[in-house]
Write a protein that binds this ligand. Structure first.
Ligand code: 13P
Length: 252
């Protein structure tokens, strides 16, 4: 049985002051809720204060990006060791905004995932197609290419600590979510590729999230699907009450 995971990707939002306010509110609503694993991914500047507020609570800390080198002359970058030291258990890698705006290749994304695992941080590896890919029937091809770069680097024992997120780019921040059936179909396809490359046990164990305009209205129907194990949430994660409702989707 895969435990549901809801991760909030705050993207480039919230000052330290605003982060403190949001986390305090979140703790009021969801601290101690055990049915869903909850991860928040604030910007780097808020990681320390987030860690101070959520240590000894049920909320888990994640980051939004990582560099694949150990350390050195990489101005503006953040290493796995830094994230480990600040208490991050998860890191998002390969978000479509990074692939697109910062030209991260699938190979770079795979190296980031590998580096995070080297430091005991679980990567949430994002994959997903653009609207034009979907309209031209290339969804599976795009997702497969992104996954194969990861498969080329990660060994079976490392896969146990990986989370995937299927985020169709046309659904991100648009209010236009994929239908639960469409999302489930691609997530099942991802699971089948994992099984082909590794084995059934690993494929059944790995959690695969859906991301893209997840909200209070659609979370229950998404989570009712066989292979959707949780959500990677952008906009809604910036407000405590609606995000908490997503976390407690079992009660909706
Ligand atoms: P929205 O939930 O705002 O569509 O963002 C999804 C996302 O990109 C999460 O990583």
């Amino acid at each position: 049985m895969r435990k549901p995971l809801v991760a909030g990707n705050w993207k480039m939002n919230k000052t330290v002051t605003e982060s403190v306010a949001l986390i305090k509110e979140l703790l009021d609503f969801i601290d101690g809720y055990q049915k869903t694993e909850v991860v928040i991914c604030p910007p780097f500047t808020s990681l320390w204060v987030a860690r101070e507020l959520i240590q000894d609570t049920s909320i888990i800390l994640g980051a939004q990006n990582i560099h694949y080198q150990n350390e050195g002359a990489y101005t503006g970058e953040i290493s796995a060791r830094m994230l480990q030291n600040i208490g991050c258990s998860y890191v998002i890698v390969g978000h479509s905004e990074r692939r697109d705006y910062f030209k991260e290749s699938s190979e770079v994304v795979a190296r980031k995932a590998e580096q995070s695992l080297n430091f005991g941080i679980k990567p949430i590896i994002c994959v997903g197609e653009k609207l034009v890919d979907r309209e031209t029937g290339k969804t599976r091809e795009v997702v497969k290419e992104e996954l194969e770069a990861v498969f080329a680097i990660l060994k079976a024992k490392e896969m146990a600590n990986v989370v995937f997120a299927y985020e169709p780019i046309w659904a991100i921040g648009t209010g236009k979510s994929a239908t639960p059936q469409d999302a489930n179909e691609i997530i099942k396809y991802i699971r089948a590729l994992i099984e082909d490359k590794y084995n059934e046990t690993i494929a059944q164990k790995i959690r695969i999230l859906y991301g893209g305009s997840v909200n209070q209205e659609n979370i229950s129907s998404l989570m009712a699907e066989s292979d959707i194990d949780g959500a990677l949430v952008g906009g809604v994660s910036l407000q405590a009450m609606p995000f908490s409702k997503l976390v407690k989707f079992q009660q909706l």
